[in-house]
Design a protein around this ligand. Sequence first.
Ligand code: NZQ
Ligand code: ZN
Length: 393
Amino acid sequence: MRAFNYYAPTQVVFGPEAEVQTGVLVKKYGGTKVLVHYGGKSAERSGLLDVVCKSLEAEGIAYVKLGGVVPNPRVSLVRKGIELCRQEGVDFLLAVGGGSVIDSLKAISIGVPYDGDVWDFYIRKAATTTCLPLGCVLTIPAAGSEMSDGSVITNDEGGLKKDYCINEFRCKFAVMNPVRTYTLPAWQTACGAVDMIMHTQERYFSKDDDMEVTDAIAEAVMRTAMDSVHIVLEEPENYRHRAQLMWAGSLAHNDLTGCGTSGDWATHCLEHELSGMFDVSHGAGLAALWGSWARYVLAENPTRFARFAVNVLGVTNNFKDTNETALAGIKKMEDFYRSIGMPISIHELIGREITDAEIEEMADKCSNYGASTVGCLKVLSREDMVKIYQMAK
Ligand code: NZQ
Ligand code: ZN
């Protein structure tokens, strides 16, 4: 088991009507003037935004609102948020939404105290640990941003999607009411399930294999997400399974399933180029790539892929041929993606053949024009990236 430093300071308030506690939580963490940040229409339409604002008013907390965050959140709105917070003297930031809203909020939180342009952090031109405190009311189990240290932002110019990760980005609190996820469309529900499964897989597929307790938790998170997503796609208002998915999403990305493993993250890096270039849903992009990545790197640790096939997907172990078991697992995982309406190739994802020039451009961006690699189970060069995109075509 590798040495690790597990830090998950977020207070989680989970259950029916949890959102009415938002004002009390903001007060507890010192907020007196709040930016309430949200997305398109869902939080307004469902009445959640009103409930949250009323809970702030009940505690005598002033607030300003900024909506309009889109999936693959844009740096242009982040810049507006930074200006608004400065003008209004905001001292606490609250997201009401999903990963995109929370990530946009995190970017605002480091932009407010910074003199330069916030994009500097995402392109590694600047670094910081100074930010305004954050909290969130989560509406979609998916990205895990409610407990993670990451923020992923897209630059409107050039379709560059980049992350920035610091422990200071971890929310002071996360309010999670599974009932508020009943309104999620099937597509978003499925994308969310893929993302949480992938967050677990990125940590699970490593060369390490001496972290039994971490593996057992990871396998349970993946099995639960797979079982529950099937049920909620049939029964959107099934509380029990909406709740399982919601908690699985947080556990998948609060680093619990990474304790003692090295992690890989190549599929995520490859996917960020797809959603940066084609503005597709992150979860769907991951599903489109995973099988190709898995087949490409399988030889690095076939036993681990075979273990995944048996323990997570219920493939019958063929002790004579580890590779055969592992390959059956990869195929079964793709069958699962198909069964929840996800694409398993790039052309299914974007609705047309991707061109070789587009693949070269994504590999350029993903490898910083050949200067860097991604992945850990197998370290991927620019050439490897092109091969995987070609396999996933
Ligand atoms: O904008 P609204 O109207 O709210 O609609 C949203 C959006 O269109 C809708 N939605 C959310 N909650 C809803 C709802 N619709 C009905 N009822 C509800 N309760 O869902 C759509 C997708 O929302 P979004 O926030 O984009 O989804 P998600 O949570 O999957 O976030 C995706 C973003 O997170 C990044 C991704 O790259 C992507 O940009 N990630 C962030 C990570 C992190 N910060 O740690 C890690 C991830 O790997 C990921 O990269
Ligand atoms: Zn993800």
